[in-house]
Design a protein around this ligand. Structure first.
Ligand code: FE2
Length: 341
């Protein structure tokens, strides 16, 4: 539970809570704090301090360590767990506490008694300054995260629009890219890739056949087998896709993954005949997802071959055409986890 600090209601003036079982010291510090223009509350022990924090919060708590009931170390720990306040600890027995241990709890500063009020106020100012800096940095980071999220959403919408444009022209593979993207993303996840990598693979999957936009419609929807010439033209879609996308600065190598999605790890794929170790992992994932999806669904020139045949195809060529880890993850999803497009 994090508390909202109450300094706003005190006309923007920071509020300090002083905790000490010694009354004289408590008031001496309070006087110094108030003279410096800060609001101040006092508490004579840890329990009272927590109650005040609960009720009205504070920006900084200045606390003694040796106190009956709850010592300053325990109080500091509870404050760091339950409240959004900085802590400065003060002790007459500094030798008994290691600086590292105190700082480890999250305490901002540590002073030895007898304390000079001027020194304490200087340290308090530094803690308040850092607090303001951190708060401003957090606010800036939050704004930046918000802008990045908006940009990402815009990028996704643009990609969706591109997908729609392709599918308008090639209704037969309508949905193919989306389903490949879904399966490729699930395989990437199954392989333990980071969320960022998963997002990249999914994005490349969404537009991996964008180059088909440049292929004549009668080839795309031709029932029956393609001639060698037509097949040659069809194969150009990987390079065309890459050419279309390479000017876009995606946060992932989308153009390269699209270029390589028909490569096979033994070098028998196209357009470059790359080997497994020369191909992006994302492209190897797309290759498997593409084959499985294509076999599992209908095409103008043939009925669906079926998911069983698709699984047979990737197992048979595991480690030959397709990356073995990608195949294993894909089979696990389809066989054991009941993956559905
Ligand atoms: Fe393709």
């Amino acid at each position: 539970m994090s508390k909202i600090i109450n300094n706003e209601k005190d006309h923007g003036q920071p509020h300090i809570l002083v905790v000490d079982d010694e009354e004289t010291l408590r008031y001496l510090i309070r006087e110094g704090v108030e003279r410096s223009g800060y609001g101040c509350s006092v508490a004579s022990d840890g329990f009272e301090a927590l109650k005040i924090l609960e009720e009205k919060g504070a920006d900084v708590v200045i606390s003694d360590i040796m106190m009956p009931g709850m010592d300053g170390i325990e109080l500091a720990r509870r404050i760091k767990e339950e409240h959004d306040a900085d802590v400065i600890l003060v002790t007459g027995f500094a030798d008994e506490y290691s600086y590292d241990r105190v700082i480890e709890i999250g305490v901002s500063d540590f002073l030895e008694k007898p304390i000079g009020i001027d020194e304490l106020i200087l340290r308090l100012r530094r803690v308040l300054r850092e607090r303001t800096n951190i708060r401003e940095r957090n606010r800036a980071e939050k704004e930046l995260r918000g802008s990045l999220k908006k940009l990402r959403t815009a990028m996704e919408s643009i990609v969706e629009a591109m997908v729609l444009a392709i599918e308008k022209r090639d209704p037969y593979t309508s949905g193919h890219q989306k389903r490949v993207a879904t399966l490729a993303g699930a395989i990437a996840k199954e392989m333990g890739l980071s969320q960022d990598q998963i997002d990249g693979v999914r994005m490349a999957g969404m537009i991996h056949d964008i180059g088909k936009n440049a292929i004549p419609g009668q080839i795309l929807s031709k029932p029956g087998k393609l001639t060698e010439l037509e097949m040659g033209m069809m194969k150009e879609h990987s390079q065309i896709g890459c050419d279309i996308l390479k000017g876009i600065e995606f946060p992932w190598p989308v153009a390269q993954m699209v270029l390589q999605h028909h490569e096979r790890i033994d070098g028998s794929g196209y357009p470059q005949g790359l080997l497994g170790n020369e191909t992006y992992l994302g492209a190897k994932i797309l290759a498997v997802a593409d084959v499985v999806e294509a076999m599992a669904s209908h095409r103008p020139y043939r009925a669906a071959v079926g998911l069983d045949k698709a699984m047979e195809e990737i197992s048979k060529h595991r480690g030959i055409l397709y990356d073995p880890d990608v195949v294993d993850a894909g089979l696990k999803l389809l066989r054991e986890k009941g993956f559905e497009f």
